[in-house]
Design a binder for this molecule. Structure first.
Ligand SMILES: [Mg+2]
Length: 231
């Protein structure tokens, strides 16, 4: 296996509906509801937000901030632990077969494998250690000295154009060349990052992204089957 530590090429992967076949936010909201940590009203609101595919960046960030405010005062450690328990129960078995194949291909090529997601740092850390990824870029939540969440989100929000800003800083620090790198995603909201990397890959896209991909000649993958990675 090639050593990915010194590689100048990264393969970035979105999480929801890309590495896994569902939106993990929906599963997490249900888990929190089952354990009495959110009420039925909040569950419905979360589910409604997650179901609204065509929200603008501003709406998504506002919805995210609203959900996060609910966790103000909770410790980072307890959220991390809860995420691990929930991941093992509800998410670990949802890695798509084609995603697994793509991870293996990039690993053999010696690329750095990086999760690039709008989900939380707790989810990103859990996914990365479970599936042996080389790094993660996700939303982080500032805490006080006791490790309690302040209820805010670190800027820039890791979504849409924010994913590009975050990936660029990550890449500069590690001498990674985004023009030679890959990004896999299902969502039109990720168009800025798809345009930023040299090797965009679209996975079971929403209809608007499918049209964009067709127009630009980008590979469209269906991860129900094995995947070939361009070399
Ligand atoms: Mg997605």
């Amino acid at each position: 296996m090639a050593d990915s530590k010194g590689s100048t090429v990264a393969a970035f992967f979105d999480l929801d509906r890309t590495l896994i076949d569902v939106n993990s936010g929906t599963l997490y909201a249900r888990y929190e509801y089952e354990n009495g940590r959110i009420g039925a009203g909040q569950l419905l609101i979360s589910l409604a937000y997650m179901g609204l595919y065509y929200l603008s960046l501003v709406d998504v960030e506002a919805a995210y901030a609203k959900a996060l405010a609910h966790y103000r005062g909770e410790t980072s450690d307890s959220l991390h632990e809860r995420t691990r328990v929930w991941f093992d129960r509800d998410v670990a078995h949802r890695l798509q077969p084609g995603a697994k194949a793509a991870l293996e291909e990039h690993r053999l090529l010696g690329h750095r494998i990086v999760l690039l997601t709008s989900s939380s740092q707790y989810m990103a850390q859990t996914v990365s250690s479970a599936w042996g990824l080389d790094g993660w870029i996700a939303n982080r939540f500032p805490t006080d000295e006791q490790g309690r969440l302040l209820g805010s989100i670190e800027s820039p929000f890791c979504y849409g154009p924010g994913k590009v800003t975050r990936a660029e800083s990550w890449a500069v620090e590690r001498n990674v060349d985004l023009d030679a790198s890959f990004f896999y995603t299902d969502s039109l909201s990720d168009l800025p990052m798809l345009l930023r990397v040299g090797n965009p890959r679209v996975v079971k896209p929403d209809p608007r992204l499918r049209r964009e991909a067709r127009r630009r000649g980008w590979p469209v993958l269906d991860w129900g089957q094995a995947v070939a990675v361009a070399r």
